[in-house]
Write a protein that binds this ligand. Structure first.
Ligand code: OAD
Length: 233
């Protein structure tokens, strides 16, 4: 089976009711990014940050995967699919995708604030117990923080994503403004001759992507069109 690697961003979850980050009224308009998505914000006011992620988790529990997530999961019937996501929601997995690499962490996971990427300290919250309380501690005794890659932090799963990008037979980008690095640079690791597809309702910078077809549509509609194209390749 051909290897299909798909990079997703906030746009794939928009039809599930989630705000994107940089569109009008996006999440970063509503909450100052320095407060809720940087290590400095965490150290200044951990209680505010904890509440913010508790709130996002409540939204996530109520949300459902949309047609776009489901179509991507269905591609596993015909391709060896790897999803590399910048999203911290678990909607790809809930739709049935079996191989998801999370570049920016996972909302349903929390970890040590001293050693966040140590697998010994990363724990998954149960759907019926999603609230972290002030004073909750990780196994190493440090305050429990969300397992989210904040601005200024390293992206530990990037190396793994690069390995798959380098071996892709087809590469797809869906619903990302392609401004946050290193994720936005993943496509540079894909061989030049490999066909690439970008799905987004707004124009995103694709002129420097080789062998690229731009489908200017919202995720679910665009993925339907893409699936037809891919099954004919
Ligand atoms: P952005 O908010 O920057 O971009 C969202 C993209 O989705 C835009 O290009 C929109 O045009 C597109 N979009 C909107 N509605 C859509 C729909 N229905 N279908 C398809 N696309 C749609 O979000 P990201 O690029 O994902 O990181 O942002 C990257 C990272 O920046 C995030 O992972 C997050 C953020 O700060 C962290 O929090 C670490």
């Amino acid at each position: 089976m051909k290897k299909l690697v798909i990079l997703t961003g906030a746009g794939i979850s928009a039809e599930s009711g989630f705000s994107t980050f940089r569109d009008a009224n996006g999440l970063w308009d509503q909450y100052p990014v320095e407060q809720v998505a940087t290590p400095e914000g965490w150290y200044k006011d951990p209680s505010l940050v904890t509440k913010f992620y508790n709130h996002l988790r409540e939204q996530l529990i109520k949300a459902k995967p949309n047609k776009g997530h489901e179509l991507l999961a269905s591609l596993e019937e015909n391709f060896e699919v790897t999803i590399v996501t910048q999203n911290v929601d678990d909607l790809h997995e809930r739709a049935g995708s079996t191989h998801v690499i999370y570049l920016h962490g996972e909302l349903m996971k929390v970890t040590s604030s001293k050693d966040p990427n140590n697998p010994r300290f990363i724990q998954k919250l149960k759907p019926n117990h999603i609230d972290v309380l002030d004073g909750d501690k990780a196994k190493d005794g440090s305050p429990l923080r969300p397992w989210i890659v904040w601005f200024g932090e390293a992206v530990p799963n990037m190396d793994e994503a690069v390995k798959y990008a380098q071996k892709a037979d087809i590469f797809v980008i869906i619903g990302t403004s392609l401004v946050v690095y290193p994720a936005a640079g993943l496509v540079r690791f894909v061989p030049t001759n490999v066909p690439k597809y970008v799905i987004d309702p707004k124009e995103v910078p694709t002129s420097n992507i080789s062998n690229c077809t731009f489908i200017q549509k919202a995720a679910s509609e665009g993925i339907m069109e893409l699936k037809d194209i891919l099954l004919k390749l």
